[in-house]
Design a binder for this molecule. Structure first.
Ligand code: PBG
Length: 322
């Protein structure tokens, strides 16, 4: 036997020497849910150890995130009021705008990314403006998404992340930001966003489930691969700085295809359903904590450069002891 692959597995140090993939805390993005009100830090029922924060409770959380070495957060807002056109999403004193200003004032070095979408803000829970028949009107929605992105930039966001899946939204937002003078605010596009059942816990957390129908006329069919590549290519042409695949774990093949074919940083969103399944299994002693690292590592191995994950703090803690 000339080849003995086990030779390179004999000790911890040799295994470390030949290890191909590692997670780094710098490549993780931690999502935060912000609510109106005061003195609120309440655990989200569908997502163990993930919380709703009111603005006054954010400071403490940002301190903890910083201490763990996490460099970037992705903000989701739950507004006090909803209407048909999601006005709170682009209000100057909207919940996300206030949160961005606060975080930037206490920790300017933290990368603040905002989710640009309308579903948390519309009374019908869809990601855009509806026609009379209840179809999401693509081109009308673009104007609103652009307004939302500009208002986030005005508040001080470093990066905006459109998650609506309307056609042409990246170029619309890019032009809007540039005209408003925000040439250095970058865009992380949810490029291949699937109509997935794994968003269930998030919709409870963000109060954003559609009041009728589903999101299948704008989010992608889970059966498709080539369509994802077309979406990714379009977003690159339209000026996206980072392209994203979402969800991550059931779509590792898509991450791999993006990495092989598209020359932009690739992000992957390890979504709420993926989080809650595993977190509950670990909390109930069915799986060890190491399953968390292994699971997030698989996203990196598939080709993701950046990982958005509710496990960011768990991973940061695990990296400290490794
Ligand atoms: C908003 C949005 C959703 C998620 C991120 N942005 C929900 C959806 O599209 O229904 C899901 C995130 C998660 O499940 O963790 N459109």
């Amino acid at each position: 036997m000339l080849e003995r692959p086990r030779r390179l597995r004999v000790s911890d140090s040799i295994r470390s020497l030949v290890r191909e993939t590692k997670l780094h805390v710098e490549e993780l993005i931690y999502p935060l849910f912000i609510v109106e009100g005061e003195n609120i830090k309440s655990e989200i029922a569908s997502m163990p150890e993930v919380y709703h924060f009111s603005i006054d409770k954010l400071k403490e959380e940002i301190e903890e995130i910083k201490a763990l070495g996490i460099c970037a957060v992705l903000l989701f807002g739950i507004p006090k009021e909803k209407d048909t056109c999601g006005s709170e999403a682009f209000a100057k004193d909207g919940i996300v705008q206030k949160a961005v200003r606060l975080i930037k004032s206490i920790a300017p070095e933290i990368i603040v990314i905002t989710d640009v979408c309308m579903c948390e803000y519309t009374s019908h829970g869809h990601c855009g403006i509806l026609t009379e028949s209840g179809y999401v009107d693509n081109d009308k929605t673009l104007d609103f998404l652009t307004k939302i992105a500009i208002s986030h930039a005005e508040a001080g966001a470093d990066m905006v992340a459109p998650s609506d899946m309307m056609d042409g939204r990246i170029v619309a937002i890019r032009e809007g930001l540039d005209e408003a003078g925000y040439i250095n605010v970058s865009i992380m596009a949810y490029s291949a966003k699937y109509a997935s059942s794994f968003y269930g816990p998030f919709r409870e957390a963000a109060h954003s489930a559609p009041s009728f129908g589903n999101r299948k006329t704008y989010q992608m069919d889970p059966a498709n691969t080539n369509e994802a590549l077309r979406e990714g290519q379009l977003d690159c042409q339209e000026g996206a700085d980072i392209i994203m695949v979402k969800p991550a774990l059931s779509y590792l093949d898509i991450i791999y295809r993006f990495k092989a074919n598209l020359n932009k940083p690739i992000a992957a969103y390890n979504v709420s359903g993926e989080y809650s399944m595993l977190k509950l299994a670990v909390k109930n002693g069915l799986l060890s904590e190491e399953a968390i690292y292994e699971s997030v590592l698989s996203i990196k191995r598939a080709g993701a450069d950046i990982i958005i994950t509710y496990f960011a703090k768990d991973i940061a803690r695990q990296l400290r002891v490794k």
